[in-house]
Design a protein around this ligand. Structure first.
Ligand code: NIG
Ligand code: FE
Length: 422
């Protein structure tokens, strides 16, 4: 836990302890010549930079502080990547090549490639190997301003291998580098040994996995999709997860409009994700029930699909979050800068909405909006200092990193100003 004082910052932040919905997503608080004081990892003061001595004596309790002069640069809340599959074995560059040559994601999956090929590699990996691979991604995320990341299991698809993935996620969390949110996703695909026996695999998850992973995972997620887990199997599995106390997430309406968003709303899910083919009824149900619509533009981009209808969702009163979906198949990218550019350019989100989507709404999608996602007293000292004094630079510098410094719980974990040497 660290003590830090940032002065002369342009602080730009949403305000609150819950997801921002609809038109509220544009409302950011701006403090010119602002200061943030973080003590023992928690924000104690947000306001004007002066007078410094008074701020220290009121909030510092005699402690020593690392001081950063932001020189007018923007300070944002740390970004929350609320949807990743950052733990996995092996790569699928060969499949990406087939897709470039015209094959579809689902046809590769139906032939036993796709998720199943990562399952085979993950089953063969040790916990240490999984941790080392994911650690490489997490460091790069931190360099793009991410201070909280959700990570899903779901490339094990049997008890031992799912347990191994959750152990790897727990080890990553224990490093306390950034905050990690663990999700159990045994229902990511039907493993080859259960081909044609979906409901037996659902039974296995309900009986053997869900009860035993309750402590290791905060969320339960499922790939609700035609020819994968259809609506009735999804309802059965997620009702069982809910009864055990898991919070729920859905991969919903990604490839065909199946009613995943409606089911997420019916079961009180925290988020429904992807939503490229969400129906109007699904949008209304999410807005009414406060389900965070988590949009993953890098996946649509990499699969050459239409983007999710972000504008329509926000205008209908939904809370929209943005995340990367980093995974070895459909979206081998964890690029926050490209996510921002695609959301602004193709999904017609405003820059303010994008900031909200990557901060407080991402935090809400992780069930952490009381502690993360805004620069306010009482919240964790998770902050991003940009290289610029204006958030307009974020999408304008297309696909490029604007992050100068990343701070997690008051500790500098990435600093680009010292990244180069002559
Ligand atoms: O979120 N849609 C399903 N699951 C992942 C892809 C996983 C993979 O291809 O390995 C996703 O896009
Ligand atoms: Fe995903």
């Amino acid at each position: 836990m660290s003590n830090l004082y940032i002065k002369h910052a342009t602080i730009v932040t949403p305000i609150g302890r819950e997801a921002m919905k609809g038109a509220d997503m544009r409302r950011l608080n701006v403090i010119e010549d602002g200061a943030v004081l973080v003590k023992d990892g928690v924000i104690r003061y947000v306001g004007n930079s002066n007078p410094l001595r008074q701020i220290y004596s009121l909030f510092g309790n005699g402690a020593t502080f690392r001081e950063i002069n932001a020189g007018g640069r923007v300070v944002l809340p740390g970004f929350v990547d609320s949807h990743t599959h950052a733990v996995f074995g092996g790569f699928r560059a060969d499949e990406f090549r087939w897709r470039l040559e015209g094959e579809s994601y689902m046809s590769i999956m139906e032939k036993g490639g796709g998720i199943q090929s990562t399952v085979n590699a993950t089953r063969g990996a040790t916990v240490a190997e999984l941790v080392a691979n994911a650690d490489w991604f997490i460091k790069r995320m931190a360099g793009m301003g991410v201070t909280t990341a959700e990570i899903k299991s779901g490339y094990g698809l049997d008890y031992n291998s799912e347990a191994k993935m959750l152990a790897a996620i727990a080890q990553l969390a224990a490093k306390r580098y950034i905050e990690i949110v663990p999700t159990f996703m045994g229902a990511h695909a039907i493993p080859s040994e259960y081909k044609g026996r979906t409901s037996e695999y659902v039974d296995l998850i309900i009986e053997k996995m869900l009860p035993r992973f309750r402590k290791a995972a905060k969320f339960c997620d499922i790939f609700t999709e035609k020819n994968v887990f259809e609506i009735e199997d999804s309802r059965r599995l997620m009702e069982a997860a809910k009864a055990l106390g898991y919070k729920l997430k859905f991969h919903a309406d990604e490839i065909v409009p199946l009613g995943g968003a409606e089911l997420a709303a019916e079961l009180g899910a925290v988020s429904a994700d992807h939503l490229l083919h969400v129906s109007d009824a699904g949008i209304k149900a999410m807005a009414d029930k406060g389900v965070v619509a988590t949009l993953l533009p890098l996946t649509a981009f990499a699969l050459k699909e239409e983007y999710a209808p972000a504008r329509k969702m926000i205008d209908s009163g939904c809370a929209v979050a943005l995340a990367t979906d980093l995974n070895p198949g459909s979206c081998f990218s964890g690029s926050i800068p490209l996510t921002i550019a695609l959301a602004c350019i193709y999904m017609k989100m405003t820059i303010e909405e994008v900031v909200t989507a990557l901060t407080i709404n991402g935090a809400a999608a992780c069930g952490l909006a009381d502690r993360k996602g805004s620069v306010e007293p009482g919240k964790d000292g998770d902050l991003v200092i940009l290289d610029f004094d204006n958030i307009n630079m974020l999408p304008y510098y297309v696909g490029m990193n604007c992050v100068r410094t990343t701070i997690a719980k008051g500790k500098v974990i990435y600093d680009s100003s010292s990244a180069f040497s002559n």
